[in-house]
Design a protein around this ligand. Structure first.
Ligand code: NAD
Length: 546
């Protein structure tokens, strides 16, 4: 079968651009899939549709959908077309939602094996995936915030030690390089490292751990951005660094520590021998993984004591260690409370646009428009300047571009004008990750350590989704169980800008309210940056609830 890619050009297969835009977003999500044959987009199990007949059903319905109708999608399967209004969303999606008692891995996978639900991760099931660049900017933002907090603004002359160059982890080297630093990355899979050298995510493969450190230290001393990888276990490298007193400036991890059998690799094994042990003796595999993870976390804590800035970057390393009895793993801070919360507190997060025409020139026009609209936003300028080299085009030309409350509605309005005036070759879809200011409850990541203890309160993503429905976003999705099963609730949204007055209105309302509810979420939790921002934000918060 031919690989699915997104349609491009001006020919419509649907009854309007709103439906066509959503269909192209679905196709583009599939075009970037890790395993398109299984409809798995990313994150090992995150799918765009429940199965192939369901996908065909969704596509057929999108082609027939009228402006005053909404397509209802339940866990990756089209189940109804309902009469709504022209101001209502074209597509409403609910994925992987289960009652709290059923939110255990055993029960959830039993339900999905029975064909009753589908794991949608964040942007897989809400058809907003744009390939690897999404994680490149999230990682860039995280390291940029760490640099700002600890190293005077950038990572020039600094060494970052981390591990894992998988689907998501490969962004780490790029992000460190973009911030001017040197990344020393361990991965047990030498072939994978070589592949990453071919794609530019890694610069060099060192022959040994000492050689890797020496190369990293030399580049840092010369203020040369570099990504050096070594085929070794993260625990072994971390222990060596500590024992030798080679203390990196920053240390984190992106191995698949969340899964001690199918993701994390025990010390003493490379990728191939780990695969054999996994099949022949999974119990032994788990035991060895647990021993390695304990050593890994101990060594990271040791590096922190010795002066490294250590944090968890969302791979469940700390909870995984806690589950096997580690008592101090949670002493490692999480990346959101440590670095990203001030951005989320003012509604700043992973806004992104996708050029539905398929024309690369449209992306350039939009990069220029963003620079012109926000000339004093230095982070945005750095990102746009360096993103070209670090984010190859994957499917439809797209740009992730973190923008704040206020900025998002302005950018959306400008995009709609550019579509209307014909300066762009076609309409543009605007969407975002669920990892955003007001659209996620995830107590070990996005909402960890909220000042008022509201980490597990999941009202916010539902309010966010309802607001986007009320505002007439073209697609609204509510998900649970992304990342760790039982760990999260989240919401996604997309608006297709076709240059019309109606899309200008939708965009103005949605891109005001979507980040505004994020500001409010942080305000109610007592995050100081939200309180400081509120008076000039124009957000009509009901004060005095305390
Ligand atoms: P992946 O499975 O594609 O890659 C993991 C890599 O780690 C592999 O290359 C593997 O060889 C290597 N590895 C495993 N154990 C190792 C060890 N002990 N030492 C050295 N190398 C080892 O996973 P991915 O898609 O890159 O995701 C990595 C982790 O990040 C996952 O836990 C994922 O859930 C998490 N994640 C975080 C965010 C975020 O926002 N921070 C976003 C998405 C995913």
């Amino acid at each position: 079968m031919n690989r699915i890619v997104s349609a491009t050009g001006s020919q419509l297969r649907c009854k309007g651009w709103r439906q066509e835009g959503i269909l192209r977003m679905l196709e583009n999500t599939l075009a970037n899939a890790e395993r398109q044959e299984d409809l798995v987009i990313y994150g090992g199990i995150g799918k765009a549709a429940r199965d192939w007949p369901s996908l065909h059903g969704i596509v057929d319905e999108l082609k027939q959908l009228e402006e005053h109708e909404s397509l209802i999608v339940q866990s990756g399967r089209a189940i109804a077309v309902m009469r709504t209004t022209v101001a209502a969303p074209m597509v409403l999606i609910a994925n992987a939602n289960v009652v709290p008692r059923a939110a255990t891995p055993e029960q959830f996978f039993e339900l999905s094996d029975a064909g009753l639900t589908m794991h949608g991760q964040y942007t897989a099931g809400s058809w907003a995936y744009i390939g690897g660049q999404g994680i490149v900017q999230g990682t860039f933002e995280t390291f940029a915030a760490a640099a700002e907090r600890h190293f005077g603004g950038d990572l020039t002359g600094r060494i970052v030690f981390t591990a894992g160059i998988g689907g998501m982890g490969q962004a780490q080297g790029r992000a460190v390089r973009m911030n001017g630093g040197v990344a020393l990355i361990a991965d047990v899979d030498a072939d994978r490292i070589r592949d990453r050298i071919d794609t530019g995510a890694v610069d060099e493969l060192a022959a040994s751990i000492p050689a890797a450190w020496e190369r990293a230290a030399k580049a840092a001393a010369m203020h040369t951005p570099l990504v050096v990888a070594v085929a070794a276990n993260a625990a072994d490298v971390a222990e060596w660094l500590l024992a030798e007193g080679r203390i990196p400036d920053l240390a984190t991890d992106q191995t698949s520590a969340h899964d001690l059998l199918r993701g994390y690799v025990p010390s003493g094994h490379d990728a191939a021998s780990a695969a054999v042990l996994r099949d022949t003796d999974p119990e032994r595999y788990r035991e060895l993984s647990a021993l390695t993870l304990t050593r890994h976390v101990d060594a990271l804590l040791g590096l922190a004591k010795a002066g490294s800035v250590v944090f968890e970057y969302g791979n469940d390393l700390r909870m995984a260690a806690q589950r096997i009895g580690h008592t101090h793993a949670m002493d490692i801070p999480g990346f959101v409370p440590e670095f990203i919360r001030p951005s989320f507190a003012v509604g700043r997060g992973p806004f992104r646009w996708v050029c539905l025409s398929g024309e690369l020139a449209d992306r350039d026009v939009l990069d220029t428009a963003a620079r012109a609209l926000f000339p004093t936003d230095q982070k945005l300028a750095t990102w746009l300047e360096k993103a070209g080299g670090e984010t190859p085009v994957e499917g439809l030309p797209a740009r992730i571009c973190w923008l704040g409350h206020g900025q998002r509605a302005l950018m959306a309005a400008r995009i709609n004008e550019l579509v209307a005036s014909g300066e762009l070759a076609g309409p543009v879809a605007i969407t975002r990750d669920h990892l955003d200011s007001g659209s996620c409850a995830y107590p070990t990541r996005e909402t960890e350590l909220m000042p008022d203890g509201s980490d597990a309160i999941a009202d916010w993503p539902y309010l966010n989704a309802m607001l986007n429905v009320a505002g007439g976003a073209d697609l609204v999705a509510v998900h649970q169980n992304a990342g760790v099963i039982g760990g999260s609730a989240s919401a996604g949204m997309t608006v297709v800008l076709d240059g019309s007055e109606l899309s200008a209105q939708r965009a103005a309302i949605c891109f005001e309210n979507d980040p505004a509810i994020g500001v409010i979420r942080h305000l109610t939790a007592g995050v100081p940056e939200s309180a400081a921002y509120l008076p000039t934000s124009g957000i009509n918060a009901v004060v005095g609830w305390q």
